[in-house]
Design a protein around this ligand. Structure first.
Ligand code: DI6
Ligand code: FE
Length: 398
């Protein structure tokens, strides 16, 4: 395949250890098929079969949305209205609304409808340069619908130029017909469904919701033991609404990431540091639920825990379809710097998914790039509701 030399670019490589943002002014990137072969100063660049001058624009790694629930049926606008009239997220959940109302809509939707609805959300993300999206199950809560959600997620990767990573989230909520018996559900539905989904090649990682309104650490541990026996990595929704020990549990299992963590304490963050787990921060849920306790960002900096940012795109706690707005919220709500926000949707988001071939601009990495009509990378986090994408390059395709 012919090689292309990209010129007329400033490059925020997001490589660690050098200049802020790994910045190279007046740089060049040599693309060889789907891979980057060379990255550096324009003046030193090797020749390519063709040259593409990008007119002085800024190039970053294509953003990665490393935590979404974007396959689901229906919407929950009425619950949004209820919350604004005073009901809490937990009250709505306990009254059979919340996640369980989306479960009913997802079971009723059918494959084609789930695909169509999800593609609208995927296309919005691609329009912001996103090249990798993680999608969770968790709105089926029966074997048939959990498998269907994961098949929909895999299908999306065949009809759009995007890399899809799936997470099995069978332990998301106790379905209504189990009368609150999380144990019965975990042993008789969740775990057998995980085995079936894995056998069909539908699972890249195993997730859970460890919370008072969802599953205990003991219940999640049973699911994680099965994940371990199948050779699957784990991650966890932990300490989102309260602290019940999910972060420590996830760290014991060597989790790729621990997500939300508003209520995590310094000892929890220390356990994540020891385990090498990434902290995935989800400002869309914090904003939507009007949460006031921010995640312990300074502890993560102090103890060297990598921070990622993701949309958490879901119909309840985070109806957020924009990675750029996610970055802005990470800065304004959690106090991340714009450089932390960009590394949170590139290098650290890749790590949260266990991906080693993407998230930075360097030789040997996949050529997933975003070209922006901006001068400085802080502009990506700074503007609210304005998309300056010029071009997305997916696997080297210009
Ligand atoms: N935490 C969340 O923020 C989403 N799931 C979870 O475990 C919310 C899911 C929903 O409200 O539909
Ligand atoms: Fe989530």
């Amino acid at each position: 395949m012919a090689s292309s030399l990209l010129t007329g670019i400033d490059i925020a490589t997001m490589a660690e250890g050098g200049a802020p943002y790994g910045m190279i002014r007046d740089g060049a990137i040599l693309l060889d098929g789907a891979t980057m072969r060379w990255v550096g100063d324009r003046a030193d660049a090797p020749a390519g079969d063709q040259v593409e001058d990008l007119g002085g624009r800024l190039v970053t790694p294509a953003p990665i949305d490393c935590h979404t629930h974007l396959v689901f049926g229906g919407d929950r606008a009425v619950e949004f209205e209820m919350r604004l009239k005073g009901a809490s997220y937990q009250e709505i959940a306990r009254a059979g609304g919340g996640i369980l109302s989306t479960v009913l809509a997802t079971r009723a939707a059918g494959f084609a409808r789930l695909v169509d609805d999800a593609l609208a959300r995927v296309d919005t993300l691609l329009g912001e340069g996103v090249a990798t999206i993680e999608i969770k199950s968790g709105y089926g809560l029966d074997q048939e619908t959990e498998l269907q959600m994961l098949r929909v997620a895999r299908h999306i990767g065949t009809v759009r130029p995007v890399h899809i990573i799936t997470s099995f989230l069978g332990a998301h909520s106790v379905p209504a017909d189990f009368n609150g018996s999380g144990d019965d559900y975990i042993d008789n539905v969740c775990i057998p469904t995980l085995r079936a989904a894995h056998a069909e090649g539908l699972v890249d990682a195993v997730d859970g919701f460890c919370e008072g309104i969802a599953f205990s650490t003991d219940q999640i541990a049973r699911v994680f033991e099965v994940a371990k026996s199948l050779g699957l990595p784990v991650k966890l929704h932990a300490e989102q609404l309260s602290n019940i020990g999910g972060t420590q549990l996830a760290a014991r299992f060597g989790a790729l990431s621990v997500d939300h963590i508003e209520y995590a304490n310094r000892a929890d963050i220390s356990a994540m540091a020891d385990a090498g787990s990434v902290g995935v921060l989800l400002p869309g849920a914090f904003y939507t639920l009007r949460e006031t306790q921010a995640p312990p960002v300074q502890d993560m900096r102090d103890l060297g825990v990598a921070m990622a940012l993701a949309s958490d795109c879901n119909p309840g706690s985070s109806p957020l379809g924009s990675i750029l707005l996610t970055m802005n919220m990470g800065c304004t709500l959690f106090g991340l710097t714009p450089e932390e926000a960009l590394s949170g949707v590139t290098r650290n988001a890749a790590r949260a998914l266990g991906l080693t071939d993407t998230g930075v601009i360097a030789p040997g990495k996949v050529a997933d790039l975003a070209v922006w009509n901006i001068n400085h990378p802080a502009e990506l986090s700074y503007r609210i509701g304005e998309n300056r994408l010029f071009k997305r390059i997916y696997k080297g395709s210009l």
